[in-house]
Design a protein around this ligand. Structure first.
Ligand SMILES: *[C@@H]1O[C@H](CO)[C@@H](O)[C@H](O)[C@H]1NC(C)=O
Ligand SMILES: *[C@@H]1O[C@H](CO)[C@@H](O)[C@H](O)[C@H]1NC(C)=O
Ligand SMILES: *[C@@H]1O[C@H](CO)[C@@H](O)[C@H](O)[C@H]1NC(C)=O
Ligand SMILES: *[C@@H]1O[C@H](CO)[C@@H](O)[C@H](O)[C@H]1NC(C)=O
Ligand SMILES: *[C@@H]1O[C@H](CO)[C@@H](O)[C@H](O)[C@H]1NC(C)=O
Ligand SMILES: *[C@@H]1O[C@H](CO)[C@@H](O)[C@H](O)[C@H]1NC(C)=O
Length: 339
């Protein structure tokens, strides 16, 4: 809104700017035709429709059914407490590249409700609503979709999704408890996955093993206790894996594999022992491990690590034992003697 006022004010003393401004304004419908929605347009010819003030599903449907403009760059509906369901047909045949419905009372996005934007939408953000139902089976119809953000909702399940284009998925802060091992078997382009702050307590073998371009995996603040063999297999150099603030006690050999030159964050978990067959392969590949705030026993299990300065440099230097001693300060010769 401020920017539009600014553009208008600027144009007074400048004919060229006034012309540009008029031309730009033609992209937006007359404001009385779309009230209570508001349209903003910018010199780069993007048009942004904000329908945060719409008071019901019926009002939304009526507005879009009579809209003469067939396409906008984005749709925003923010902090709206009246729209509970995005129904099939409510958005008419109007298309959007970005749909941002955030911080409201939305409970359901119906299968087909976004169909006009199947070929054009690249970002769908329904974060911080009360979604219990989302049209996951519809995702495969979106042929340009890059980002899907469903974080901070009430979704109990992430079914298998299909998309050849999706690169970023965020479904953190939902009451998910498990993930099917095939959930990402048909999303080959995913680079970033955030499943943060859920009730996820188990990862099956293969869950994160099929994605050739996975570079950023955020599984912080879940309820994981084990990382089973082959749960996470990374193919991209320098990827980062966030497993901090779980209840992980055991990482099994090959639980995190393939990673080279990457970062594994495991601070604030329940790890007691650092078994050589689990951790040596990760350190030998030049991955940095953050194991701070774990109840490490620092007994004979860490002798192999403390003895090898080359490997030890990849462990965060502030990592401490349950005794309070820093791992890097342990006496290698003493460990050699007693173990
Ligand atoms: C949308 O397009 C379909 C097919 O062209 C048409 O039948 C329908 O009436 C249109 N809906 C609106 C709201 O314009
Ligand atoms: C969702 O809609 C598609 C067509 O748009 C249909 O093929 C599919 O069966 C629907 N799924 C459900 C669960 O209704
Ligand atoms: C998803 O939405 C949340 C809440 O708005 C935001 O904090 C987060 O950065 C978004 N994630 C992505 C990947 O855009
Ligand atoms: C992975 O990324 C590379 C480089 O950006 C790209 O060429 C390739 O198509 C991507 N693979 C998939 C399956 O998306
Ligand atoms: C993990 O994702 C959540 C939600 O998007 C975010 O708040 C948190 O900062 C992320 N963690 C890291 C290390 O970026
Ligand atoms: C430390 O480990 C590396 C990688 O396994 C090995 O090449 C090197 O010889 C070891 N150094 C010592 C002093 O044992």
């Amino acid at each position: 809104m401020l920017l539009v006022v600014f553009l208008c004010a600027e144009s007074h003393g400048d004919d060229k700017a006034a012309q540009d401004n008029n031309r730009v304004d033609l992209i937006c419908p007359n404001s009385e035709d779309i009230s209570p929605c508001v349209c903003f347009s910018f010199p780069d010819k993007t048009t942004h429709l904000d329908c945060s003030a719409v008071r019901s599903e019926a009002q939304l449907a009526e507005l879009f059914s009579s809209l003469a403009v067939p396409a906008f760059t984005s749709l925003t509906i923010e902090y709206n407490t009246d729209i509970k369901v995005l129904r099939v047909g409510d958005l008419g045949n109007v298309t959007f590249q970005e749909i941002y419905v955030h911080g409201g009372a939305l409970e359901e996005v119906e299968n087909g409700s976004l169909s006009a934007s199947y070929s054009i939408a690249h970002s769908l953000d329904f974060s911080s609503n009360s979604l219990t139902s989302f049209c996951f089976e519809d995702i495969k119809q979106f042929t340009s979709l890059l980002d899907l953000n469903l974080s901070d909702n009430k979704l109990y399940e992430l079914p298998q999704i299909s998309s050849q284009t999706l690169t970023s998925l965020s479904i953190g802060k939902n009451p998910l408890t498990s993930l099917s091992p095939s959930v990402f078997s048909d999303t080959p382009s995913l680079r970033a996955i955030s499943i943060f702050g859920t009730e996820l307590n188990n990862l099956f073998a293969g869950t994160f093993s099929t994605l050739a371009n996975l570079t950023w995996l955020n599984l912080s603040e879940n309820e994981l206790t084990h990382i089973h063999t082959d749960a996470i297999h990374i193919k991209v150099f320098g990827a980062s894996i966030h497993l901090d603030y779980n209840s992980i006690k055991y990482v099994l050999p090959g639980g995190i594999s393939g990673l080279r030159g990457g970062f594994v964050y495991l601070y604030t978990n329940n790890i007691v022992e650092l078994e050589e067959d689990v951790w040596r392969p990760l350190l030998e590949e030049g991955n940095t491990l953050d194991l701070k705030a774990n109840p490490l026993a620092c007994g004979c299990d860490v002798a192999w690590l403390v003895k090898n300065a080359t490997l030890l440099q990849f462990v965060d230097s502030k990592t401490s034992c349950s005794s309070g001693d820093l791992l890097v300060d342990l006496d290698a010769e003493y460990l050699d003697l007693v173990c």
